[in-house]
Every structure is written in C-alpha cells, then in structure tokens.
Write a protein that binds this ligand. Structure first.
Ligand code: SAH
Length: 205
C-alpha cells in the first residue's frame, strides 16, 4: 500500500508514510472486508459510511504539515483510522463522529490498539469543538457544499484545514491556511467523500 499507492504517486512526507506503515488498517475495517483493507479504494464501515481511500488520507495528512504536539480537530472520524494516524504523528487528537455506533466502535478499536490519548466525541462536527478551540489543524473527512465558517473560526492564526468541498458526487480537497487572520485557500485533488450531515443520528441518509 505504502510503496505502490502512496510513494509512487508522490506522497513524500516520511512521517506520514511511517504512520501509514505503522497503523494496522485492517483493524478498522469490518471482518468481511479485511482481505481488502490495503487496497486502493474506500470500504464500507457500516451506517452507510466508508473508510477513506489510503491515498486520499495520505494526501490530506501531508497537506496539514503536522508537528508533534499540534492540537488537531478531526470531523467525521468514522472507523477511527485517521484518528490513529493523527496520534501516530504525535498530535493531540479531538475527533467528532455523528453516528453513535461508529463512535463507540472506533473508541474500542483505538483502545485495543493502545491509542489511549485520543478523544472521540459523539456530536455534530459542523459545530467544531468550541471548548477545545483554537486548533492548529482541522481535518474534515466528509464533503461540505462550501467552507464551514464555524470551523474556520476555530483555527488559530497559522492554522490549517483540509476539507473536501463540492457537489454530492464529486469534490475537490481545499487546503486553507490562516495567515494574519485571513484564510488563504488552495485547491487540490479531486475526491469523493460521503456528505457532511449536520446533527447527530444513526439513520442512513
Ligand atoms: N476518516 C474516517 C472517514 C469516515 S467517512 C475513516 O477513515 O473511517 C466520514 C464520516 O463522517 C462518517 O463516519 C460520517 O458519519 C461522519 N460525519 C458526517 N457528517 C458529520 C458531522 N456533521 N459530524 C460528525 N461526523 C460526521
């Protein structure tokens, strides 16, 4: 996975590559999909949601230029796979997931693998986590129709956010850096994520 899908396609950040070598992706995938855990595509994780394609995860993490100790908000933590990667990168992780089944399962998986310092909150990630703001970085793993102003407001100056923005069936990753209080946006890879849905709930949308 790391050589063929990441290095060969230009992911160069050694820390991101190291984290992706270290985290056992199959542990975050339902039993019946484990054989495909390291393949080049997203996989179902229940509740109509998916664990993201490894390449897109790597691109998002690389873009955030995280350093150890960074305070990171993760919106849409799903299986907990990206949560574990953030922990491997030395971040202080605050994850939010709107589906209680996924939040509970990811907490179990993360604890079983020894990731005890991550916090997974059940809640509406579109609201961010005002109590813990400001963040050095925000990673949003679900697609938004446009940039959520609330999340931008929870970044510190110098902070970065990566988020898929666009239509339901096709988006582009946007990297936002706050410089002197102003958001600077750069548009990156095309991608396809499940939608960012306001509110908390367990039904399939
Ligand atoms: N990084 C996760 C991606 C899961 S898919 C992984 O690799 O497993 C995106 C997740 O975003 C889904 O679990 C979905 O339930 C969640 N989500 C969608 N809207 C949300 C919201 N408003 N608040 C929190 N989580 C949300």
């Amino acid at each position: 996975m790391v050589d063929v899908q990441l290095r060969a396609r230009g992911v160069v950040d050694q820390r991101v590559l190291g984290a992706m070598l270290g985290v056992p992706r199959h542990e975050f995938v339902p039993e019946n999909y484990r054989a495909e855990a390291y393949e080049d595509h997203p996989l179902p994780i229940g509740e109509g949601q998916t664990i993201s394609q490894p390449y897109i995860v790597a691109v998002m993490l690389q873009a955030l230029e995280l350093t150890a100790g960074n305070k990171v908000l993760e919106v849409g933590s799903g299986s907990g796979y990206v949560t574990a990667l953030l922990a491997e990168l030395g971040a202080q992780v605050f994850a939010v997931e709107r589906h209680s089944v996924l939040a509970a399962r990811s907490r179990e998986t993360l604890a079983a693998l020894g990731y005890h310092d991550v916090r997974v909150f059940l809640g509406d990630g579109t609201l961010g986590l005002a109590t813990w703001a400001p963040f050095d970085a925000i990673i949003v793993s679900a697609a938004a129709p446009d940039l959520p102003a609330v999340l931008l407001s929870q970044l510190r100056d110098g902070g970065r956010m990566i988020i898929p923005v666009g239509l339901a069936d096709s988006q582009q990753l946007q990297l936002i850096k706050i410089q002197n209080g102003q958001p600077r946006v750069s548009v990156r890879e095309l991608c396809r994520f499940v939608p960012l849905v306001p509110g908390v709930g367990d039904s399939r949308e």
